[in-house]
Design a protein around this ligand. Structure first.
Ligand code: AMP
Length: 437
């Protein structure tokens, strides 16, 4: 006997079912609103990029590049990667499409799936959705603060802002960071035995990452490591102070966190994360920072100062559910159309089409079962009213409208059915689309 194979979604990748989309919709709306208000425009880059876009952009010694990328080869042996984050692809698009010829800065946002070969657990998936917000082509501490404000406003609109604390730090210029990294390397050399496996690897490649390792021994060694403050040049300090000044002006509470480094090569100066008040750095909802060097790393002949942030949509939704915030149901069914016999079904199909054209949510005119069985179906679909059209009604040119909650029903002339339904639903509740809306 043939065994029926049941397929499962790929590990760590979830189906977004209709009830998930209800939440996605409100998150996307909050994002679009705030982004539009602040002059951002939407961009979508391809899922796949040449692997070098990420290797160069994020840096070879990062967890994402070392262990988390989904890599594939096309039929011409080009090495491609599913995007693990959105910023590097947007910078590639900015350069490729000559967006540097527009007025600067170019303000872009994206809401798209990303892929990381991480260990799946709550809030951590192999396919997940990110919001990415980028201000490309300008350097001003006020922009860093405005980007942070935008992130906070989205969380405020979704009524979950009080779940998070804003952690902020500066990692200065690449030059002062290099000096700091040398000092860190010297500090940890000779203490390798006490570092976790990952940090032993990071030691000579990306010692900064040791500072935000969660391992207890690494944390103890980090607490007595040299501090970045003594390596920060005056310009970086002033830039950072100004960012904090703007945050204060905007009344955005923050916690300075000297250990926050964000790990990716492309960051400089401001780095920040929104930490869950109950779990800390474990399940940050989002983070970002300045990335002035990324453009040049990706082939630009001139510097392209930029700043941005990314947030995880699934984690935002987890917080909405935790806060018991219910998304509105926009797809509630108004009408089920029940019919008996072929002639009635023909009329029912036409009524359904007319209802749809009028902005009514309606389905039915299917199957061969009795009217009673169809009423049960209507109940299961949670329709407010059922239109009933049997052979007798067709002959009399009438239709029955049944109120499913009250269980009462009335007869109407067939040609008045749609008008009657519209008046029951109310014109304001109709679902109509006009091009150009
Ligand atoms: P990152 O740039 O790595 O800090 O990612 C930005 C945000 O994306 C994080 O704060 C999370 O909200 C989200 N995120 C990152 N990785 C995952 C993942 N594997 N699953 C779900 N969300 C993620």
């Amino acid at each position: 006997m043939n065994k029926i194979q049941k397929f499962q979604a790929v590990r760590g990748m979830k189906d977004l079912l209709p009830q998930d989309h209800d939440y996605f919709t409100i998150v996307k709306k909050a994002i679009r609103h705030r982004c539009r208000q602040a002059g951002f425009k939407r961009i979508t880059t391809p899922l796949l990029e040449q692997i070098e876009v990420f290797e160069r952009g994020l840096g070879n010694a990062t967890d994402i590049i070392e262990k988390e990328m989904f890599v594939l080869e096309d039929r011409s042996n080009n090495k491609l990667a599913l995007r693990p984050e959105i910023t590097a692809g947007i910078m590639r698009a900015y350069l490729q499409n000559g967006l540097f010829n527009l007025s600067q800065p170019v303000q872009l946002y994206a809401i798209d799936p990303c892929f990381r070969y991480d260990r799946p657990q709550k809030g951590r998936y192999r396919q997940f959705w990110q919001l990415s917000v980028e201000v490309i082509g300008a350097r001003d501490p006020s922009i860093d603060a405005q980007v942070i404000l935008l992130a906070q406003k989205i969380l405020e609109d979704l009524k979950i802002n009080d779940h998070f604390t804003l952690q902020i730090n500066t990692i200065g210029t690449p030059e002062c960071r290099q000096k700091f990294e040398e000092a860190l390397e010297n500090h940890f050399i000779g203490k390798e035995r006490n570092l976790c496996e990952d940090c032993q690897r990071r030691l000579h490649k990306n010692p900064l990452r040791i500072l935000d390792c969660k391992n207890e021994d690494c944390q103890i060694l980090s607490s007595i490591a040299p501090k970045f403050d003594s390596f920060l040049d005056d310009q970086s300090k002033q830039f950072y102070e100004k960012v904090l000044g703007f945050l204060e002006e905007l009344k955005i509470p923050y916690q300075e966190n000297k250990k926050l480094v964000r790990g990716l090569d492309y960051y400089c100066d401001t780095v920040f994360e929104f930490w869950d008040k109950s779990t800390g750095s474990q399940n940050a909802i989002g983070g970002g920072g300045r990335y002035d060097g990324l453009g040049e790393v990706l082939g630009s002949s001139f510097n392209i100062p930029s700043v941005g942030f990314a947030a995880g949509i699934e984690r935002i939704i987890d917080h909405l559910k935790e806060a018991d915030i219910k998304p509105p149901r926009k797809d509630k069914l108004h009408i089920f159309v029940a019919c008996l016999g072929d002639i009635a079904k023909k009329k029912a199909v036409k009524i359904l089409a007319d209802l749809h054209d009028s902005g009514v949510h309606a389905l039915g005119a299917m199957g061969k079962s009795s009217i009673n069985a169809q009423l049960k179906m209507a109940n299961k679909f949670e329709a407010d009213w059922t239109l009933i059209l049997g052979e007798v009604e067709v002959q009399e040119n009438v239709i029955i409208i049944r109120d499913m909650k009250k269980g009462s029903q009335e007869k109407y002339p067939l040609e008045k059915a749609v008008k009657e339904i519209i008046s029951k639903i109310g014109k304001n509740n109709l679902d109509l689309y006009h091009l150009g809306e």
